[in-house]
Ligand binder design. Structure first.
Ligand code: ADP
Ligand code: ZN
Ligand code: ZN
Length: 694
């Protein structure tokens, strides 16, 4: 007998086909079953959604296409998982099929049920029929999804017991509260206060309490997963086996992703580590979710189906009764607000002290209005860097702008290197003599002369990391390291790390001490444990203070705090050399409240001041905002469209519209541009994450 099944399929965007499609099936299918179904001429992956098939007989005269196959061997996705997908689809205004299918490993989409069955076959089964050449092939395939974690697991498995460090008093208190309260928790702890150790203990506690329990631990960036994975593998695989810890992030191959996904889905994996995409993992026995660096913008998916993995973590935790821990040294103002006693939605846990005697760096402000004009490095900062080089210590110089100069300029006719395809400037890259638009990606060769008046003397305006490196090499050319060699200046940014593995390689050079001064963008400010860096300097951080993006000061503060956290990680090293770690800030607005709070490492003071501003301006978290964004070749076209959309909203007489404030259309705010170019409008959004992506 035939049944109707409703299947969530990724239909073409804006096709108005609807969320769920009806198919015919000869057998009853449990909701959550993975199937392949025909759609037009193609065959697609789908998930059987609610309504048991038997409830609906096919009405007379209706022809339905049959499902093409069931992905046997994979248990149906749970109702909890489907609820999460349905919620996200509704909240972020996408189709259920789009969210559901994009949340599954890509390999499932590409494989036929037969291929999958082969992939799922245990290698042993293949071995018994090894005489058959086809089966040998099967075995090889099964082995390709085994990966390198085996080696790691074997090494640690020989260590029979793990000796745990004694928790600090602050850690112990926090851990006890996580045990006794239901949360959600905001763990507010300085960099190096031992938050990761608390996560490890909290995970241990839920795994110990229930032999099926699983934990999901999220980090903002792929670069941070290997470090974390190492710690979790070392801690948990001796007790729970080599499959207990799996990773999920977009840097993995499709077979690896499928393998991790299956391990989590079947419950074999007890701990899933991942980036934002991991929030949609099928984790049937989820008991704990950790969101590390919860303030990080990377938790927001900004392209395609948008979502905030942090917000979904809170929703998912509540829906399934899993504890949720958000952790940060500089929480998002939303989370901070939610954890104030007055609001009380999250329980705030404090760990103000760094572990051991590692101290937070002293913050040194340089008032640039009192320094020689045009100097990128003020004399006192240059002296401090020089001193470090001579002592064999490292310095980290931060600038939020890659390339050599943000724009080329002709003094004769005022020509500027504007991008012909959008309204951003094209950035001058000296290394390969190109002009590149960091917004739309358009790239061309540097002209030999001004394209508008022929003047051969076009010049770079402003500074990027490439120029900073060049300038430092010149300024430090006569400075020697303790070993008598000349000072070495390195650079790490999106341009130097394009090739696979190059970031790791360059970081290794820093760790090995091959670099004395490292110039970099925010890429290097996050998470990395640079043991020998005793000086961090932000040379031109001011532009974020005047950005029209109300989150820019928050991002700046957090970036500088994080960067400061890079200095003096190794107390032993610092005290042995008798030098105090320092964070230098060059500013034309040295009295600004943001810097005043930073000087005292006083996040609460910063948050208080910013929240007051948000309250006064009616901004989140005191109001909800939605952005309607239009992209167009010209500002006029985008503006006209948005004005028309405003009118439609008003004419439609939507409920509660009188409580909604509709802002007039305005250009996309962009805090990366230096002040002198601020009036330019950008109607084309950046290709990567907005603003902070350089
Ligand atoms: P965070 O995640 O807050 O930056 P970590 O958990 O990485 O901090 O801890 C910083 C350093 O201190 C790490 O090297 C870690 O091994 C160590 N550490 C953490 N907790 C303790 C403890 N209770 N006793 C000794 N060392 C600890
Ligand atoms: Zn010119
Ligand atoms: Zn462009």
């Amino acid at each position: 007998m035939s049944h109707i099944v409703h299947v969530a399929v990724q239909t073409p965007a804006h096709s108005a086909v609807g969320d769920l499609l009806s198919y015919r099936s000869d057998e009853e299918l449990t909701p959550g079953t993975l199937v392949r179904v025909p759609l037009g001429k193609r065959e697609m992956l789908g998930v059987v959604w609610d309504q048991p098939a038997s409830a609906e007989p096919i009405p007379e005269g209706i022809e339905l296409r049959g499902i093409a196959g069931v992905l046997e061997g994979i248990a149906p996705l749970s109702q909890d998982w489907r609820r999460l997908v349905a919620f996200a689809a509704h909240y972020y205004q996408r189709s259920v099929g789009e969210i559901a299918v994009s949340a599954l490993p890509p390999h499932l989409r590409d494989m036929t049920p037969e291929q999958l069955a082969r992939r799922l076959a245990p290698p042993k089964a293949a071995k018994t029929k090894a005489t058959n050449p086809k089966s040998r092939n099967q075995k090889a395939q099964a082995e390709t999804i085994e990966e390198t974690t085996v080696a790691v697991a074997e090494v640690v498995a020989t260590t029979a017991t793990i000796s745990l460090v004694a928790l600090s008093a602050e850690q112990a208190l926090v851990f006890e509260q996580i045990e006794q309260q239901s949360g959600p928790f905001l763990l507010y702890g300085s960099t190096g206060s031992g938050k990761t150790e608390v996560y490890l203990r909290a995970v241990q506690a839920v795994l110990d309490a229930n032999p099926q329990a699983q934990a999901l631990v999220m980090v903002p960036e792929i670069n941070l997963t290997p470090q974390l994975e190492e710690r979790f593998v070392a801690r948990f695989t001796p007790q729970y086996g080599k499959d207990a810890v799996v990773s999920m992030h977009s840097g993995m191959t499709n077979p690896q992703r499928l393998k991790s996904w299956l391990a989590a889905h079947t419950g074999r994996a007890r701990i899933v580590l991942g980036t934002r995409m991991a929030i949609f993992a099928s984790v049937p026995q989820l008991a704990l979710i950790v969101v590390d660096e919860e303030h990080d913008a990377s938790y927001k998916q900004q392209e395609g189906a948008r979502y905030s993995a942090r917000d979904l973590a809170l929703w998912r935790g509540r829906a399934v009764g899993a504890k949720v821990i958000l952790g940060s040294a500089t929480p998002s103002l939303e989370s901070w607000h939610a954890s104030t006693p007055e609001v009380g939605r999250y329980l705030r846990l404090n760990m103000p002290s760094r572990i051991g005697s590692a101290s937070l760096p002293r913050v040194r402000m340089v008032d640039m209005t009192q320094q020689p004009k045009r100097a990128v490095f003020s004399p006192p900062l240059l002296d401090a860097i020089t001193e470090r080089v001579k002592r064999g210590e490292q310095s980290l110089i931060l600038l939020n702008r890659r390339g050599f100069a943000p724009v080329l300029f002709c003094a004769d006719c005022s020509w500027k290197s504007d991008c012909p395809h959008c309204s951003a400037h094209q950035v001058f890259h000296k290394g390969d003599r190109t002009l590149r638009c960091h917004h739309c990606g358009f790239t061309q060769r540097v002209p030999f002369a001004c394209p508008s008046c022929g003047n051969p003397d076009i010049m770079p305006l402003g500074k990027g990391t490439e120029q900073l490196q060049e300038e430092l090499e010149r300024l430090l050319r006569n400075v020697q390291r303790p070993d008598g060699n000349p000072a070495r200046v390195g650079r790490i940014d999106a341009d130097t790390t394009k090739a696979k593995g190059s970031l790791e390689q360059q970081l290794a050079q820093v760790h090995a001490g091959d670099v004395d001064v490292l110039v970099g963008t925010q890429m290097v400010a996050k998470g990395h444990d640079f043991r020998r860096i005793t000086l961090v300097a932000a040379v031109q951080p001011d532009s974020a203070l005047y950005s029209s993006d109300y989150r820019a000061p928050e991002r700046l503060f957090c970036l500088l705090m994080q960067a400061a956290g890079r200095a003096g990680r190794d107390a032993q090293y610092v005290t042995a050399q008798d030098s105090h770690p320092e964070m230098w800030i060059q500013s034309h607005d040295a009295q600004n409240a943001v810097y005043a709070a930073l000087r005292k490492h006083d996040y609460p003071a910063f948050a208080k001041q910013q929240l007051q501003e948000r309250l006064d301006a009616g901004m989140p978290p005191y109001a909800f905002q939605a952005i309607v964004r239009a992209d167009a070749r010209t500002q006029e076209a985008a503006q006209a469209f948005l004005l028309a959309a405003t009118q439609v909203a008003r004419d439609a007489n939507l409920p509660y519209l009188d409580e909604v404030f509709i802002y007039p259309p305005s250009p996309w705010p962009c805090s990366v541009w230096p002040m002198w170019s601020a009036p330019r409008c950008c109607w084309k959004p950046p290709t990567a994450a907005p603003c902070c992506a350089f």
